[in-house]
Design a protein around this ligand. Sequence first.
Ligand code: FAD
Ligand code: NAP
Length: 542
Amino acid sequence: MTEVRSGGAQGVPFDALIVGAGFSGLYQLLCLRDRLGLNVEILESASGVGGTWYWNRYPGARCDSESHAYCYSFSDALTQEWEWSERYPGQPEILRYLDHVAERFDLKRSIRFDTRVTGATYDEESRLWEVTTAGGERLSTRFLVAAVGCLSSANVPDIPGLASFAGRWYHTGEWPHGGVDFGGARVGLVGTGSTGIQAAPVIAETAAHLTVFQRTANYSVPARNAPLTQEFRRYAKEHAADIRRTMHTSYNAHPFLISDRRAVDTPQKEREAIYEAAWAKGGLQFRATFRDLLSDPAANETAATFIKNKIREIVKDPLTAEKLAAIDHPYAAKRPPIDTGYFETFNRDNVTLVDVRATPIERITPEGIRTRDAEYPLDIIVFATGFDAMTGAMLRMDIRGRDGLRLADAWAAGPRNYLGLQVAGFPNLFMVTGPGSPSVLCNMPVPIEQHVEWITAYIDHMRRNGLSSIETTEAAMDAWVAQVNEAAAATLLPQASHSWYLGANVPGKPRVFMPYAGGMPKYRRICADVAANGYEGFVLGA
Ligand code: FAD
Ligand code: NAP
């Protein structure tokens, strides 16, 4: 293992600082410290590693990528030694995995926990970033890697009266480590995205009453979670290379490919049978049943109708079923949830659905939530209201680049960038899975590994060539933003007008489709070509 020299403390600048110790930051640390031998540390606001899996401890939290794919693939030894217990492991198990990775690769000695980065300013003369933390530290570094997460900035809605609420309230993305006891409580759950859909069935098991406040009805397909058989575990280990190859070929970086069939060309009976089989199998494979689901509205309608009919079959009360099935956007145009007994939960006597699109929440009172036509007394409110996605964590740091340019100003009209990796005016600052990259449309460990390895290779290239700064250009950003828009326009994704992909869930946020929807394999090729062509679109400075 490479010996690291002390950085920062004696005024020696770090070669690199990484912000964030989730999947991205941990691997970035390993690459820069142990493969390149750089003097590097992670700054992490949490008290431990894990990122998403450190913060999201709400009841029912688990992944919707399958366990054998929701992990790193860079180390064959790691793949072979780690045993997943379930098809979709819960939060504690994923956190244990990331903790194991941090221990196994001796990463924790290079991480400063409980350290929130509050600012980063680029100094033109020294070509260094000066990073400030909430604790008052000032650290300088050549490279700054923001591994701050796409879904790490909790979005608590600004509902009047919240401060007056006499009960307890929680956001799922900042869940108390000791858990929350719902026993005998009247619980209000606001939000029916992937999180609310996971949390509702579990909360309903112990709450006296659960009221689900639904603004936008949502699709969901059963997860069919189950313990992994010995046979499957053996298969996943023996075929790790093949699985990796499939993930690298697949549009969404999952370990399965999207079918070649078109829904619109498939006879109805056969199509229904395919949907039935996918429903029975469960999981995000449902989205992969036909290749035209996300490009042809008529094809999408067939999947949407199938799921809406399932909702009506499952939910016994017809009025509740209609509210749940009144979905106003194409299937999978918002990130499609998978669930364990979500729709069935509304058959319980202790669960009520409130349609807050029809009767909006007016305010929170000391007693509970008041909508336009009723008051719901509550002891606990759970906000499953999502995140200021893709840009929130970046903008919560006060980042100032060349000539004092604030990132917040550079992104006033939306997060312009090149390849989701860099922004003009911010030399030597990299984002891992930033806006403009495929990231959130994928099984994320795959794009995370690709970004981290690309950034590592780039920094290595610079060092080998005696270069000290790298920065993208306005022209490269314009061209990339055009490609991102073009890729989105070829899909139905922008049609979910209230999705966080568009920033629509945060009041005042520019409405721009943020992820790159051209698919992970194409994106990987683009990045490889950029590197092969002498880092096209970047200006390298001595
Ligand atoms: P994160 O895990 O978000 O880590 C970022 C870290 O940066 C955090 O620890 C945060 O504390 C730290 N940080 C941020 N700002 C600062 C600052 N200013 N100073 C210091 N530290 C800072 N993806 C999938 O592909 N499949 C799934 O099944 C899946 N399930 C998910 C379930 C939930 C509940 C959520 C919220 C997301 C899920 N995701 C899933 C997306 C998930 O975020 C990624 O898979 C992955 O965990 C992201 O890792 P990351 O390291 O990039 O970011
Ligand atoms: P989300 O998808 O943004 O959903 C937030 C929900 O809260 C939506 O139903 C939204 O309604 C509602 N909401 C927001 N503000 C509201 C308000 N003021 N009043 C009423 N309702 C309000 O957030 P999320 O469910 O936390 O999921 C975010 C992402 O995290 C997912 O898309 C996924 O990528 C990831 N995730 C994955 C899993 C998994 O299964 N692996 C689990 C959880 C999260 P509108 O739709 O009307 O805005």
